[in-house]
Structure formats: structure tokens, C-alpha cells
Ligand binder design. Structure first.
Ligand SMILES: *Cc1c(COP(=O)(O)O)cnc(C)c1O
Ligand code: SF4
Length: 379
């Protein structure tokens, strides 16, 4: 049996095991389990140094998951934007295609808590219908494979889906969203990457939330994917007690870049039922972006977005750099807080005018003869 299969088989799914290991009441874990599946790979479990650390919080159930704070089971109204089973088609030219009901481990903050782990709700019998939907919608040029985790499928099953999607002429790019390099880097076998690279242009978005997740094994898995020519992006969820700290986020982004992963999004935690204890104020995300932009490589600065409740899609938020803007100029501050001005172009110049610039920077009108003369002078 492949190593990753064995890891999955040996994953912790039992509440009595967790209760004993971390000294938490078994009864509460059992009640949480009825709401949302528990699974932790032995590898990811081994990254927990102590109870309540940033690794622990992401995967070990918490009794607060049962509390109702007026949050939603389907905060992004994905089910309303689902024309056929397993497809979420919200944007004009791309769609999500949920092809796997299961994950390597279950994130306690998952936005699809209502669905993941339940093969009835993400049903593999509907995959061909999903492919048909993509085939009959010529506007879809970007297909994002998601779930659950697409890399939980066997190489053969995943390949049969990739093949069918690649055979659709209007699909330009395929993306895979996966947390396997984080939860189970063993999944990234040479056999898998040899298969994946047949389906280029293929992009992959991985999901790391804390620098401690970038172990040598995870970095090796990411290297394999990058060596197969797969551009890697990372999506991070901003989580209280896990990564709601500018220094932690900066380290995470820098380590991702070293692992050849380009930070793509930081998500404000969605308003998912049972995750109130993970949510931060929105200002925290802005503070993090402010602490990244200018202070570290621009490559390491992701977009901070709120996926709008009710299905509005991802909305980017930026710290305020603009102090004022009018017809003449913009006044702005740089990353360190210093003020700068940029002058707007003069709106009154007729469009057909050929113009050059004097040394002082003033524009002037030039007639064609003058231009010839300037050429002769070596301008
Ligand atoms: C996030 C998301 C996408 C992809 O968005 P990008 O900004 O292109 O990465 C597409 N469809 C849905 C429903 C999404 O939630
Ligand atoms: S890996 Fe993704 S889909 Fe699976 S539980 Fe975590 S956030 Fe949800």
C-alpha cells in the first residue's frame, strides 16, 4: 500500500483517542462529532506541540462549535449558485467543480462544514453531469477542482476527470485547490506529478495557515509540484489564535516564497455556523496587509478578501493609502507613513497633438518639422 494511503488509514477519527491524548471531555467531543466529522492524519497530529497551539486549534474539535451566534450553514450561498450538483457557478468565466467529498484532515473552520465528509452531499455519481455542464457552457474558461480535497481521489480517478475536462476546447486553464501538501505531503508522489503535468496549463492552490506547517516534508512536496511546472498559489484563512499576528503571517509568507509558492489570498474567516471562536475583527486583516506591503517582498503580499456573505464573491480590502484625490493630484502615504504627491495629467491637451518635453518637464506643442530636426540632433 502507498504510504499516503496507510497514513489515511491510521488517521485519528475517534473521539476517545483524542479525549485521552489531550485530556478533554469525551462527551463534548462526541456531541461535536455528530455535527462535523473529525479526522487528523498522524503526520499533522505529530506537528501539535501542545494543546491549543495553532496546529491543534485547526483540527481538534472544540465544544464552541456547537454554539449558535447567528452564523450560517452556507455563508456564501453556494447552494443558490449551483446550477447542477457539484458545480458552483458564480463568476462570468469560471466555476468550482466539487469532485471529492473527503479531506486529508478536517479543518474545524471549514466554510463547507455542512458538506465535507458527507458523500451524499458531494456525490461522486454526479461528476459526469458536472462535466456536461462545463461542456455546454462555453463561457467557462477556468475550472477549479475542489471539494473536499481533489487529491483524496486515486490518481486514476483524478486523471479520468482531468482528461474529460481537458477534452473541452473552451476550458483554458484547470486549477486544483488542495490542502494535501499541508495535511499529508506523502500524497505528492512522483507518480502523481507525472500524471498531473500531462494536463497543463494546470495551476494549484494550496492551503497553509501557519509557518510551522511548512515542514521539510511539506517543502519537498511543494518542490515536486513546482518542478512539474505547476504554478503554486496559497490561500490562508485568517484565524484567531492561529495566525492573527502580523509577525506570524510575515514569516508564513516568506517561507511560502522559499518553497516556491506565491501567496494568493488571505481570507477573512467566513461566517460559518460553529466558528465564531475563530473569527477576528476585519481590522486585523488590514493590519496584516499593512505590515507586509513594503516591509517584505511584494511577491509575498497576498490579496486580503472577504468572501461576501450571501454570494457576492470575493471583495478585496486594502489599508487606506490614499489621503485625497482630485483633478490635479493625489496625495498618498507610503508603507512607512510618509506623504507623497503625484500630479494628474493635464486634461486639456487635444488628443491629436504630438508633444515632447522640455528639460523642465513642461509639455510643449511640436510641429512635424521640429521633430525631424530633433531626430537629427540625436534626440
Ligand atoms: C473563489 C471562487 C472562485 C475563484 O475566484 P478567483 O478570484 O478567480 O480565484 C470561483 N468561483 C467561486 C464560487 C469561488 O468561490
Ligand atoms: S481541507 Fe479545505 S475543504 Fe477540507 S475541511 Fe479543510 S478547508 Fe474544508
Amino acid at each position: 500500500m502507498e504510504r499516503w494511503r496507510r497514513q489515511l488509514q491510521q488517521s485519528v477519527t475517534r473521539v476517545d483517542e483524542l479525549a485521552k491524548r489531550f485530556d478533554v471531555p469525551e462527551e463534548t467531543l462526541r456531541r461535536v462529532e455528530q455535527k462535523f466529522k473529525i479526522k487528523i492524519t498522524p503526520y499533522y497530529l505529530s506537528l501539535i506541540e501542545k494543546k491549543d497551539d495553532p496546529i491543534y486549534k485547526q483540527v481538534v474539535p472544540d465544544p464552541r462549535e456547537l454554539e449558535n451566534h447567528g452564523l450560517y450553514l452556507d455563508p456564501l450561498a453556494e447552494d443558490a449558485d449551483s446550477p447542477v450538483n457539484n458545480i458552483v457557478h458564480r463568476y462570468p468565466d469560471r466555476c468550482l467543480f466539487l469532485i471529492s467529498p473527503v479531506c486529508g484532515s478536517y479543518c474545524r473552520f471549514c466554510t463547507r462544514k455542512r458538506k465535507v465528509g458527507d458523500p451524499q452531499k458531494i456525490n461522486r455519481n454526479f461528476i459526469d453531469e458536472g462535466v456536461d455542464y462545463i461542456r455546454t457552457h462555453a463561457e467557462i474558461r477556468d475550472v477549479i477542482l475542489s471539494g473536499g480535497d481533489p487529491l483524496m481521489l486515486s490518481d486514476a480517478k483524478l486523471e479520468s476527470i482531468l482528461q474529460k475536462i481537458r477534452a473541452i476546447p473552451h476550458v483554458q486553464i484547470i486549477r486544483i485547490g488542495t490542502r494535501m501538501p499541508c495535511f499529508l505531503p506523502h500524497r505528492i508522489t512522483l507518480k502523481l506529478v507525472r500524471m498531473l503535468k500531462k494536463y497543463h496549463p494546470l495551476y494549484m492552490n494550496v492551503h497553509f495557515n501557519h509557518p510551522r506547517e511548512l515542514t521539510p516534508l511539506a517543502v519537498k512536496a511543494l518542490k515536486r509540484l513546482a518542478d512539474a511546472g505547476i504554478p503554486l498559489g496559497n490561500q490562508t484563512v485568517l484565524l484567531k489564535g492561529v495566525n492573527d499576528d502580523p509577525q506570524v503571517m510575515k514569516t508564513l509568507m516568506q517561507k511560502l516564497l522559499q518553497a516556491r509558492v506565491r501567496p494568493y489570498y488571505i481570507y477573512q474567516a467566513d461566517m460559518v455556523f460553529g466558528t465564531e471562536h475563530f473569527r477576528t475583527r476585519v481590522e486585523k486583516g488590514l493590519e496584516i496587509i499593512q505590515a507586509l506591503r513594503g516591509w517584505t517582498s511584494g511577491l509575498g503580499v497576498p490579496h486580503f478578501v472577504i468572501d461576501a456573505p450571501g454570494g457576492g464573491g470575493k471583495i478585496p480590502l486594502l489599508p487606506e493609502y490614499v489621503q485625497s484625490i482630485n483633478d490635479n493630484e493625489i496625495v498618498m502615504r507610503n508603507y512607512a507613513g510618509k506623504i507623497f504627491r503625484y500630479t494628474q495629467p493635464k486634461a486639456t491637451l487635444p488628443e491629436s497633438t504630438v508633444h515632447g518635453y522640455t528639460e523642465e518637464g513642461d509639455s510643449f506643442l511640436a510641429d512635424p518639422e521640429e521633430i525631424v530636426l530633433m531626430d537629427g540632433l540625436g534626440y
